[in-house]
Design a protein around this ligand. Structure first.
Ligand SMILES: NC(=O)c1ccc[n+]([C@@H]2O[C@H](COP(=O)([O-])OP(=O)(O)OC[C@H]3O[C@@H](n4cnc5c(N)ncnc54)[C@H](OP(=O)(O)O)[C@@H]3O)[C@@H](O)[C@H]2O)c1
Length: 239
């Protein structure tokens, strides 16, 4: 996609964090973007802010990735408004961390339903449109999708799952000229796990860095497909 102007993107979990950064980067290139969150007001507030500072219009929608029909409804809203869908960023995610002894079945379920099944639902609902546009799908996995750690059982399971799911989907969809990339970030300064980003997060990847990466990948020649990308802070604090 050499020229991104007037393309249409769907970004799940765009009210804050990485999704916000990606939506802002896309809007600055003239892409029209629909962002979602479980909370309508927050999605609409973020959309207004990004539109004000960007170029392409952004709209906010309430849509829970754990519900397939709500993914279909959000995509229908974009098609009714703009008539096409070119880019999907399956980003929404949550984290519950703790030893398996302390992790509750509800926390396990929410992590898997959001981070893994939610990604499947967002992709599944968008494929018919992406086949028409020869579009591009990004999933936001994590370095936790390849490195496991104590206290990470649910999150590791969800992100290892997303990494494997995305690679298989890439092989299924490239025959339609749909590109699929999974991005696996290390620490990013966001609101993840109820964190409030501040000065002490300056060493981390910033949300706009992931936005820049997505734009660069979209502009890459159609014949080349980086299918899995690890991105990490250049200089993390010494342990
Ligand atoms: N931060 C990191 O260091 C890091 C590193 C690697 C990977 N990641 C991944 O990056 C993705 C984004 O996380 P983030 O760091 O940007 O976190 P964040 O700042 O907490 O943002 C998460 C976004 O997802 C939305 N969301 C959560 N559950 C949802 C659901 N069921 N349906 C729709 N939207 C939902 C949130 O909005 P509502 O709460 O209003 O629904 C919010 O917009 C996640 O998949 C995360 O695992 C993060």
């Amino acid at each position: 996609m050499k020229n991104l102007e007037n393309k249409v993107a769907f970004v799940t979990g765009g009210s804050k964090g990485i999704g916000y950064g990606v939506a802002a980067a896309l809007s600055s290139m003239g892409v029209r973007v629909g962002i979602t969150s479980r909370h309508r007001e927050e999605a609409e507030k973020a959309a207004k802010e990004i539109t004000k500072n960007g170029k392409g219009e952004v709209i906010g929608m309430e849509a829970d990735v754990r519900n397939f029909e709500s993914q279909q409804a959000a995509i229908k809203q974009l098609i009714d408004k703009w008539g096409q869908l070119d880019v999907v960023v399956a980003n929404a995610g949550v984290g519950h961390f703790g030893s398996i002894e302390d992790l509750t079945p509800e926390q396990w379920q929410q992590t898997i339903d959001t981070n893994l099944t939610g990604v499947f639902y967002s992709l599944k609902a968008s494929i018919p449109q992406l086949k028409k546009s020869k579009g591009y799908i990004f999933t936001i996995s994590s370095l936790a999708g390849t490195n496991f750690f104590a206290g990470g059982s649910a999150y590791n399971a969800s992100k290892f799952g997303v990494t494997g799911f995305t690679q298989a989907a890439m092989l299924d969809l490239r025959n339609y000229d749909i590109k699929v990339t999974t991005i696996m970030p290390g620490s990013v300064a966001t609101h993840f796990n109820d964190h409030s980003p501040g000065d002490e997060d300056a060493w981390k990847i910033q949300k706009e860095d992931i936005g820049e990466l997505v734009v660069d990948l979209l502009k890459m020649n159609q014949r080349a497909l980086p299918s899995k990308i690890e991105i990490r802070p250049t200089k993390p604090p010494k342990k």
